[in-house]
Design a protein around this ligand. Structure first.
Ligand code: ADP
Ligand code: TYD
Length: 194
């Protein structure tokens, strides 16, 4: 089973994933961008204010391909539960935003680049916060974290949720971290039958 955790910056993904690590010690907890050299290249790009958005899409996508090859597919084949803090939907939502005006229908384009080879998540926890909350919690730490940008990213996540309502579980992440964590744990218990 592959479970992903998605949401705008500051929605509380890392906080939730840390808690899940304790509840599911046998699971493989991972994240994108990864810690590989591909992921390091992505982080360099994030720190570069005028990075080309199309080049950035392909860096993130290269990191994803390596992540699948090196960790996700082997772990799933070994029967493990894999939980990833961000995954392909982050590309659809974020690069779907940064590529607006660069090419027509950017979100469809980014999806089409992934579709032939990615592994769709079985379930995606979507931590829902308004852009102002995400921006305040992440304190505008990188070029993607401004409120107007997060609003556009969140609109694209909404498009993804509307298109695949069965894959996504929306969690109100404006509440305290302990109640968000409890909600996520309950939903996973129900879903995994544990
Ligand atoms: P993300 O990984 O989605 O960017 P984090 O888990 O790193 O988010 O959380 C961003 C900041 O907000 C951190 O300082 C964290 O302690 C805080 N935080 C996380 N969840 C909550 C919550 N439910 N309520 C208030 N603050 C939170
Ligand atoms: P991350 O370290 O997960 O940030 P945070 O913990 O603040 O949510 O991701 C770094 C930034 O990269 C974040 O602003 C979201 C962005 N990002 C993309 O634009 N596309 C992607 O495919 C991924 C995985 C992340």
């Amino acid at each position: 089973m592959l479970i992903t955790v998605e949401g705008i910056d500051g929605s509380g993904k890392s906080t939730v994933c840390e808690a899940l690590e304790e509840v599911y010690p046998e699971a493989v907890l991972t994240r994108e961008p990864t810690t590989s050299w591909y992921g390091q290249a992505v982080r360099r790009s994030i720190a570069t204010p005028d990075a080309d958005p199309l080049a950035e899409l392909f860096l993130y996508t290269a990191d994803h391909a390596d992540h699948l090859h090196r960790l996700i597919r082997p772990s799933l084949e070994a029967g493990k539960l894999v939980i990833s803090d961000r995954y392909s939907d982050s590309r659809y939502a974020y690069q779907g935003t940064t590529l607006e005006g660069v090419l027509p229908e950017p979100m469809s384009f980014v999806r089409s680049v992934h579709e032939p080879w990615t592994r769709e998540p079985d379930l995606t926890i979507y931590l829902d916060v308004p852009p102002a909350v995400g921006a305040a919690r992440s304190e505008g730490a990188n070029k993607f974290e401004h409120k107007s940008h997060l609003r556009a990213v969140r609109d694209r996540y909404e498009t993804l949720l509307a298109a695949e309502p069965d894959r996504f579980v929306r969690v109100d992440a404006t509440r305290s971290s302990s109640s968000v964590i409890t909600s996520v744990e309950r939903r996973l218990e129900e879903w995994l039958g544990t």
